[in-house]
Unconditional design. Sequence first.
Length: 334
Amino acid sequence: MNSYGSFPGARPRRLRTTPAMRRMVAETRLDPADLILPAFVREGVSEPVPIGAMPGVVQHTRDTLRRAAVEALEAGVSGIMLFGVPEDEKKDGLGTAGTDPEGILQVAIRDVRAEVGDELVIMSDLCLDEYTDHGHCGVLDEDRRVDNDATLERYAEMAQVQADAGVHVVGPSGMMDGQVGVIRDALDTIGKEDVSVLAYTAKYSSAFYGPFREAVGSSLKGDRKTYQQDPANLRESLRELALDLEEGADMVMVKPAGPYLDVLAKVAEAVDVPVAAYQISGEYAMVEAAAEKGWIDREKAILETLTGIRRAGGRMILTYWATEAARMLAAGRR
């Protein structure tokens, strides 16, 4: 044995020597087309309203929403997920503003569709929480509990008005049992077979939703633990997945993304439909806050978190950084 025998023969570092080498052998590639921009549009405002807990994110006016959609399209982003924020006086126990053809979300869908047509996939949040005076995602019964089946009837109507407004994809986020099947039937009944359903298959009851509540002006008191999933459970998500696929889901989602990468990986392994992951408001806020303090490199952290989600199996990533991250990627920053 010569004097060099103790040195390693296998040297993985050879494949990390230069940026070009690392790019060539990268196992995961993040592309602007993987990204979807969630956006809020608020009724009755003449200027965008900053969201305090989400620096850089606003409640749009109708005009600024149209511009944001165009910017996302030009950056190479694939889709935009719209959330409506009605005037407070229009909220009620049934969330009727959510099914009003002239409600803010339906108007916004028409605005964006007129602006970008079919070039950007227009998605809509299909849920009642923005429109109810109690802030829950469904209709309450006489004991103030969320009534699953009464809520399904409201979701069916919401799906139809959103489809009539021109949406490409509806995203039922309320975690009601049977919601995908009811929505699919409601869409097919009015001849909207081409409208897709993005199932919020695994939506966990998470502490990271906090900033989102500000973003949509939520009226919620209490929590949503009776319908959103327990963070302790993974197998339950796979059961929800099987049910959503049986009911006709075209795509499935895990939300939040970062704290649930193990769930995302399991879902991605189990299905042959596209898998989405939602990098939610709290995840965004943490990075922004740490970057503002100078504790982390903001751009590198953004791209690292998105790459991690993509690596775990998220083929489509909803992120508030979508347009900015797409521009970073186009500029070669990885």
